[in-house]
Design a binder for this molecule. Structure first.
Ligand code: THU
Length: 160
C-alpha cells in the first residue's frame, strides 16, 4: 500500500491586502447576492466572473420549489458568460454569500457541482480560473479550481 499527500495552496487575504482589481470583483459578487432568489434557503450567493477581455458578468442563486431545479450563483454566472461571450476565457471568479442580514464571516466555498463546472471551463479554454472566496474575516484565493478539487475528472480522463 502506498499513500500520497495531495497538497493545495490557498492564500488568505485581509480585505485591505487585496488589489483594487480583486476588491472590484468581490464587490460585484457582493452586490450580486442582492439579486438572488432564495425564498427556500434564505441563503443569498453572488458570483462575479472576469473574462479575458476584462468584461465582468455576475450571477446569483436562483431557487425553485422543486429544489434540484435551482441553480447556484457560480453556474448562473459562468453559463451566462459562456452563452453571451463564448470566445472569452474565464480568468477569475469571486464568490460572496449573504444570510441573516450579513455577509458570511468565513469564506464561501463553491459546491462540488460548481467546482466540476469550473474545471470544465478551465479545460475548455486551457486557462486556469483564479478563484476568490470572500469572507468578512478573510478571503481565500486559489490559482485554479484544481486546488479545490484535487482529483479531477475531465474529458482527458476518458481519452487516457
Ligand atoms: N449555493 C450557491 O449558489 N453556491 C454555492 O456554491 C453553494 C450553494 C446556493 C444554492 C442554494 O440556492 C443555496 O445556496 C443553499 O444551498
Amino acid at each position: 500500500m502506498q499513500e500520497k499527500d495531495i497538497v493545495s495552496k490557498v492564500k488568505i487575504y485581509g480585505y485591505e491586502e487585496l488589489s483594487a482589481s480583486d476588491r472590484t470583483l468581490i464587490e460585484r459578487a457582493k452586490a450580486a447576492t442582492q439579486t438572488s432568489y432564495a425564498p427556500y434557503s434564505h441563503f443569498q450567493v453572488g458570483a462575479a466572473v472576469r473574462l479575458a477581455d476584462g468584461t465582468v458578468v455576475t450571477g446569483s442563486n436562483q431557487e425553485n420549489a422543486a429544489f434540484p431545479s435551482s441553480l447556484c450563483a457560480e453556474r448562473t454566472a459562468l453559463f451566462y458568460a459562456n452563452a453571451n461571450h463564448p470566445g472569452q476565457a474565464v480568468k477569475e471568479l469571486a464568490i460572496a454569500a449573504y444570510a441573516n442580514g450579513q455577509f458570511l464571516k468565513a469564506p464561501i466555498p463553491p459546491c462540488g457541482a460548481c467546482r466540476q463546472v469550473i474545471l470544465g471551463i478551465e479545460e475548455r479554454y486551457a486557462t486556469a480560473v483564479r478563484i476568490l472566496l470572500f469572507g468578512e474575516e478573510g478571503t481565500y484565493v486559489v490559482d485554479s479550481v484544481k486546488a479545490l478539487l484535487p482529483l479531477q475528472f475531465t474529458g482527458e480522463t476518458m481519452r487516457e
